[in-house]
Design a protein around this ligand. Sequence first.
Ligand code: PMP
Length: 356
Amino acid sequence: MNYPWEANIRKVEPYTPGEQPTDPSIIKLNTNENPYGPSEDIKKAMKDLSTDLFKKYPDAKATELVNELADYHKVGRDQVFVGVGSDDVLGMCFMTFFNSEKPILFPDITYSFYPVWAELLNIPFKTLALDDSFEICVEDYLQENGGVVIPNPNAPTSILFGKDKIEKILEANKSNIIIIDEAYIDFAEEGSSVINLIDKYDNLVVVRTFSKSRSLAGLRVGYAVSNPVLIKYLNDVKYSYNSYTMNYPSIKLGSAVIKDEEYFRTTIKKIVDTRSWFTDELRKLGFSLPDSSTNFVFPEHKSVPAKEIFEAAKKNKIYFRYFNLPRIDNRLRITIGTDEEMKTVVEFLQDYLKNK
Ligand code: PMP
């Protein structure tokens, strides 16, 4: 139907989030959630929530959460910005920092939300090809640009980008903002984060999320750490758009989760151990895959097409993620679940591939 107002509507090609099935018997390994729930501290904090407080607006500055995060990362309280998941934080960063007429740069194979925000906000962009091993080529990011965004580790490749290479990009781009999206950094080798470089480079913004390593995808909390000047610019844009992004439960529960460091470390270790076992099993089954620094792996089978495996697994109530995109359309992205879940996956694959 042709509506008379059609010409005045902004038309966009939206981001496609992973499927969220409701059947609890499905082994859901398609959206990189953490199979171990949040800590006991969260359950306690939930009980302590006062429904009476819902009548009031929340603290627009989310002070309690900002302070907890600042103390956790040993940075100033004016160096943290919080949002509704890191998607919200990244969207705000694009809006605030990418206002050049020169194109922003990001890898050709990366988080598929980046081109969507760029299109939505009319930000020119250029994608730069990963090499044949899916590694980011640092030299590509030394050309003129209007800003850079790189996930580290990259998704969906699962590969970590060296800190020395990030420093090279920061050095070469003193008049542009460099966003490092560390959604999966807690699953990488210790010391891989660049948060400790924010005082050295005033063009660096590091973005983090509670959705993966903190098991809180459903709560929607993300944050950025940077210098006070850039954090102020981010807040100015946020207050010009929506002041009350962080609701009262997110502030309270988000603040509680940071306190349980022991549980946090234990669940990360479990996932990393399972990842190592699962990677070996996949290789025995004829898959090749990069060593993962995330809570997912990115395998390709030597003879069976990824799409077929994806569909067969789905019929068996095992959900993987499949991207029908150039260069990666023969790969699966498989989230690391519990040991039990991953054993079931291996059994399914052994059985399925036997007849191929
Ligand atoms: N960055 C990357 C690289 C991701 O894969 C995701 C998850 N889809 C996000 C950011 C956003 O996660 P969230 O909004 O749940 O914090």
